[in-house]
Design a protein around this ligand. Structure first.
Ligand SMILES: [Zn+2]
Length: 501
């Protein structure tokens, strides 16, 4: 700090201590948010305690559709009750259950190459759950050019996996997964357009080392809300991704026999919802919604002997931040009420928030803003981002201004706007729970400290969280919510606000 700034800071602290304002600041003061009086209720020791419990191995990564997600939800509800928050879920409880549909390749599915059984989920992965029977010779294709040389309708074709065009951007998160997903999508679509009955793709050198991690997702299947499942389309030809070692056998007059089944399950998934009433008799019917997700990825492929994907940053950080904000709100309520929604099944496709945005437990038009957080405890101490703060993602300039003012006034993070650019390769804005609310026309923001190398790995552990930064991000979300709660006019949606996708 240079000398001039030091003097200025000293002068300002004196003014604050005397309860006076610099001359000329009074007109500004009428539009600035009232100071949130309960910052002291956001305590690092409590955040740390809660974080280490929610992200502990005993909750096994809180995977949606497993009992672990339900146990995590009960843990959150117990802490909300201890914080003095009211239940605001279904029928006087803290919970809102909704159905999660998982579709997966059935366990009795069989694949044989030249009469020999191939070990599914070890040497071969069915990448789309689909009922199918295949039995016949394999047509080996050396390149896509071969697809024009003969009629492939009804044939079983095999070829090498080709790199996708374009490649995923360098250093993008989950790069290997994106590489395989994109390659399968492009090559699968091109081959299916020829009317083939089945497709076998041999992993290339890039995909081969990723098969353990990526293949787990194919074994696990797909998830959706039953109500929003798209109408039945003709089943796509099955696509098997196989290890390089099987390539030689496929190239020379191979035969393939496959019997593939599909199992469909409905699991209970769960949102946890609590409320802290506001202090104003008229405005307390309106809600500032604090949003996060309590689920993560569960138990999966091990990394250095650790198979539990704890999701400490993603998203135990925000889950415990919301509890701290709840304690602060109870100590000193804002004028509007605070609503806390810990969504389930975010990692399975924003399913809990999609459900809640369609089935809110408070009147939908009583939700004046959604302040969502996802991953708020990593990276450089002063860095953070506010997604939804610049067009085309910004849907409420009034809300953005409140969040920026709260940061300028209290938390002073250096904000990285580049992730809000629609050309940013990660598309980060589209990857968390504010999205269904914004699509429903509610002002919404996404607070985050962004990606890091431990994202979606077993290394996202509580011990790696910067608790001081987590407390500071919690204060920023709280101060923003406080401003929204106390402003006379609820933040308006910008006219013509429209997401680019
Ligand atoms: Zn997340």
């Amino acid at each position: 700090m240079n000398y001039f700034l030091l003097l200025l800071a000293a002068a300002l602290s004196l003014l604050t201590a005397c309860g006076t304002r610099p001359p000329g600041a009074s007109s500004k003061a009428s539009t600035s948010p009232t100071e949130p009086p309960a910052f002291g209720a956001i305590r690092e020791d409590e955040l740390r305690r809660d974080l280490f419990e929610l992200a502990s191995d005993s909750l096994r990564g809180r995977r949606a559709g497993r009992e672990d997600e339900l146990r995590a939800a009960v843990w959150v509800a117990d802490r909300a009750r201890e914080a003095g928050l009211e239940p605001a879920g279904a029928d006087g409880t803290y919970f809102q259950f909704y159905p999660l549909r998982r579709v997966a390749v059935s366990a009795d599915s069989r694949v044989q190459l030249n009469g020999q059984v191939i070990a599914l989920w070890q040497d071969a992965w069915v990448t789309n759950p689909v009922e199918a029977r295949l039995d016949g010779p394999v047509v080996w294709l050396n390149s896509m050019a071969d697809t024009t040389k003969r009629d492939l309708r009804g044939k079983i074709v095999a070829m090498n996996l080709l790199p996708p065009t374009p490649l995923p951007a360098p250093k993008m998160s989950l790069w290997g997964f994106r590489y395989i997903l994109s390659a399968l999508g492009q090559q699968g679509a091109a081959l299916r357009s020829k009317g083939v009955a089945g497709i076998v793709l041999v992993a290339d050198a890039t995909a081969e080392p990723q098969l353990g991690f990526v293949g787990f997702r194919y074994e696990d299947g797909t998830y959706n809300l039953p109500a929003t499942t798209t109408p039945a389309t003709p089943p796509a030809a099955p696509l098997l991704l196989v290890r390089q070692a099987l390539g030689a056998r496929l190239r020379s007059k191979a035969t393939l026999k496959a019997s593939l089944g599909v199992d469909s399950y409905i699991y209970p998934s769960i949102n946890v919802i609590a409320r802290a009433p506001g202090s104003d008799a008229a405005l307390r019917a309106e809600h500032v919604l604090f949003s996060g997700h309590h689920d993560h990825d569960g138990v999966g492929p091990a990394l250095q002997g650790d198979s539990i994907w704890n999701g400490a940053d993603d998203n135990a950080t925000v889950s415990v931040a919301m509890l701290a904000i709840g304690r602060a709100w109870k100590q000193n309520p804002g004028r509007r009420s605070a609503l806390f929604v810990w969504h389930g099944a975010e990692e399975r496709g924003l399913l809990g928030s999609r459900w809640y945005a369609e089935h809110p437990t408070v009147p939908k038009n009583s939700i004046v803003a959604v302040l969502n957080g996802d991953m708020i405890g990593r990276n450089a101490p002063d860095s953070a981002a506010l997604l939804g703060s610049v067009p085309p993602h910004r849907n409420s300039t009034a809300l953005v201004n409140m969040a920026l003012q709260a940061n300028n006034q209290f938390t002073k993070f250096k904000l990285d706007n580049t992730w809000d650019d629609p050309k940013h390769p990660e598309g980060w804005y589209f990857r968390s729970d504010h999205l269904p609310y914004v699509r429903a026309g509610i002002p919404g923001l996404f607070f985050t400290t962004l990606l890091h190398p431990d994202y979606h790995t077993p290394r996202d552990e509580a011990s790696r969280i910067d608790i001081t930064k987590l407390a500071r991000m919690t204060r920023w979300m709280y101060a923003t919510g406080w401003a929204v709660s106390n402003t006379p006019e609820r933040p308006s949606v910008d006219p013509g606000a429209k997401l680019e996708r």
